[in-house]
Write a protein that binds this ligand. Structure first.
Ligand code: ADP
Length: 668
């Protein structure tokens, strides 16, 4: 086995490869672009080498830069992960020339399988069933058009060098053909630098069933069963599972044999995936082979109990396959859901931004999370917007699905749009529970899968309100600790006031709806006026941010994430986003001019959190004014130093009074 391995990738796959290499006692070397200097894969590796600017073209896709890093760091082998250079024959060749082991198949196998047309020609010879179609070298319009007519519409025009669903056009009738050919050529040229096309019969809602194969340098080939990847958007996988639901064992065996034959025909070594489309009548057709580890390999690992990256490294080091075909068996059922920063409601448009809060479900024997990001990390425009892969396993499909639903509900992401709610509704769909999957699933069930978020439930409103009040109480407590008179009744955090039914009014914007909520202080918490009647609410915020609430005697745990004026309530079904509307804070902000803070409304100052000389950060609470039975926290409009306080607790302020002055700091 090698003693050092460079991982020519980033994100979750780099982290995943590092994990296995470390377990095997291999020294790991990460590479990173300027955008990834603080990434998890960089922190995880034993050593990390910068390879260029953020655009992949100038870093992760630069053969020269990756090889230079490998030589500098003394890497004996390179694992390419998936994507980037993983299926680039020139890269595999360059590694070989540099005397570095490429953890992947022989150069020639990558080259042949990299072309959908060439691989189909080879598979035809090997007797592997193909989707009826044309995959010849004559690329004239007339030949392609003639092929389409001979196949019969609908047809699929595909880029031979394609991947990721690019350069693909469905053509339903002859009129659309010329335009589809021209469009697919343009897209293929731009994406792959190669505009050769093939034409296939477009199958009606097939299932995508792929076989994981493995071969060693001694000529042995085995398969590790199938994965069903039929749930796709824009021809890209979203939820995968293993084994394929309802697959007849005889069919499994013959697909396995066909995949092994495909690998043998190309002299394969290492991990590969032979992709088939399966029609409703049980016939299946080769579409392509991927000569690398797949994104969805964890479901195979979960049902076979094997570590495929370990297999890859062993085979690349010249060892034989760890197991023979008859030693491999399927145990249980696994799902993988790809969690993307994207907006399903806007045709899955990728989203970017900072992951303000990220908390995956707890990992264990049933739940695995493969991710390369943590709270505070950025999903940038430069790379794939995948946040994580959530993998769930159990003894059978129903139980595994139950695990998936629970883990999706527990997955907390705030800061960027995600497909979590969409994945949740797919996992909960009765047709999915039945295993009635095919590539038309999302289209067919779209009315059920893109639910409009309804208005917040009373429970969600209660939790959001409780969070706001607990936050204010904590702020008041912190201020009291610093105050000259910590025992002053004005600093009490329970809300006690003389001769007054003290209460808060909170306004939350909830989409187009506005909720105006009144909460009355009581010795043990608050009572909230709700349409269904008064509700007693109380709770505590744990150190880890969990809100442990008591809502009218019902105890529950939830998470409320604060992000500016946003409150995202999570942990009770789909997460719900509310905007806390604070008219006073807005008014105060706009009226904070000339280094002073003006009362936004007439009212009584009830709490003062700062004293002259205090340095405050933008947004820090300064004082509380009570007006029209509502309490308003006045916050610092900018970073600064308090120069003078004009009001003490109990004082009445008039509209426009200067509440406090900020020091005139040199230079701002
Ligand atoms: P890519 O390499 O771009 O991912 P593939 O050839 O692997 O392209 O196909 C991706 C997906 O497109 C398949 O999983 C399937 O859903 C759909 N597809 C491909 N070929 C056909 C076909 N002939 N008929 C129907 N659907 C197809």
């Amino acid at each position: 086995m090698f003693d050092s391995l460079l991982i020519a990738n980033r994100g979750e796959i780099a982290c995943r490869v590092i994990r296995t290499a470390r377990r095997l006692g291999i020294r790991t070397i990460a590479v990173y672009s300027e955008a990834d200097a603080r990434s998890r894969h960089v922190a995880m590796a034993d050593r990390a080498v910068a390879i260029g600017p953020a655009p992949a073209r100038e870093s992760y896709l630069s053969i020269a830069a990756v090889l230079k890093a490998a030589k500098e760091a003394g890497a004996q082998a390179i694992h390419p992960g998936y994507g980037f250079l993983s299926e680039n024959a020139d890269f595999a060749q360059a590694c070989q020339a540099a005397g570095i082991v490429f953890v992947g198949p022989p150069v020639e196998a990558i080259r042949i399988m990299g072309s959908k047309s060439e691989s189909k020609r080879l598979m035809e010879k090997a007797g592997v069933p193909l989707v009826p179609g044309y995959h010849g070298t004559d690329q004239s319009d007339a030949t392609l058009a003639e092929a389409a007519r001979a196949i019969g519409f609908p047809v699929l025009v595909k880029a031979s060098a394609g991947g990721g669903g690019k350069g693909m056009r469905v053509v339903r009738e002859v009129q659309g053909l010329a335009e589809a050919i021209a469009g697919a050529r343009r897209e293929a040229k731009a994406a792959f630098g190669d505009d050769s096309l093939l034409v296939e019969k477009y199958l009606d809602r097939p299932r995508h069933v792929e076989i994981q194969i493995f071969a060693d340098g001694q000529g042995r080939v085995v398969h590790l069963f199938e994965r069903d990847c039929s749930l796709q958007r824009r021809h890209q996988k979203v939820i995968e599972e293993a084994p394929a639901p309802g697959l007849d064992p005889n069919l499994r065996a013959s697909m396995g044999r066909a995949a092994v034959a495909a690998a043998a025909a190309v002299g394969y070594v290492g991990a590969g995936t032979v992709e088939f489309l399966k029609a409703a009548d049980g016939s299946f057709y080769f579409i392509e082979m991927n000569t690398r580890l797949q994104v969805e390999h964890p479901v195979t690992e979960m049902i076979t109990g094997q570590d495929l990256v370990e297999w890859q490294l062993r085979v690349a080091a010249g060892e034989p396959l760890p197991l023979q075909q008859n030693e491999l068996a399927i145990k249980g059922h696994a799902f993988e859901a790809r969690i993307y920063a994207e907006d399903p409601a806007r045709d899955f448009l990728p989203a970017t931004g900072r992951l303000v809060h990220l908390r995956p479900p707890t990992e264990g024997p049933h739940v695995r999370v493969d991710t390369g990001v943590g709270s505070g990390d950025e999903i940038s425009i430069h790379y794939d917007p995948m946040i994580a892969k959530l993998i769930c396993w159990d003894a059978d499909r129903n139980r595994a699905l139950q695990r998936l639903k629970a883990a999706l509900a527990d997955y907390q992401v705030v800061g960027v749009a995600t497909n979590l709610a969409f994945l949740g509704s797919v996992a909960a769909h009765p047709a999915f529970a039945e295993g009635a999957v095919d590539t038309g699933f999302f289209e067919r069930h779209k009315a059920d899968l893109f639910p409009e978020p309804g208005p917040a439930s009373e429970r969600v409103l209660a939790l959001a309100s409780l969070d706001v009040l607990l936050e204010r109480a904590a702020e008041a407590e912190a201020a009291a600790r610093q105050s000259s008179d910590p025992h002053s009744p004005w600093h009490t955090t329970s809300g006690w006031r003389l001769n007054d039914d003290n209460h808060h009014v909170l306004i939350f914007k909830d989409g187009a709806t506005e909720h105006r909520l009144t909460l009355h202080y009581r010795p043990q918490g608050w009572v909230m006026d709700l349409p269904s009647g008064p509700l007693r609410v109380n709770g505590v915020l744990d150190a880890d941010g969990t809100l442990r609430a008591d809502l009218g005697g019902i105890r529950l745990a939830a998470t409320v994430i604060r992000h500016g004026d946003e409150r995202v309530v999570m942990g009770l079904g789909p997460s719900h986003r509310l905007i806390l509307f604070d008219p006073a804070a807005q008014a105060a902000e706009s009226e904070a001019q000339g280094g002073s803070l003006v009362a936004p409304m007439p009212g009584k100052v009830t709490q003062v959190f700062v004293k002259a000389g205090d340095r405050v950060a933008r947004g820090a609470p300064l004082l509380v004014i009570e007006a029209m039975k509502m309490e308003h926290t006045i916050r610092a409009p900018a970073d600064g130093v308090v120069a003078k306080l004009n009001f003490a607790p109990g004082d009445q302020a008039s509209d426009g009074d200067v509440l406090l002055a900020f020091a005139d700091e040199e230079g701002g």
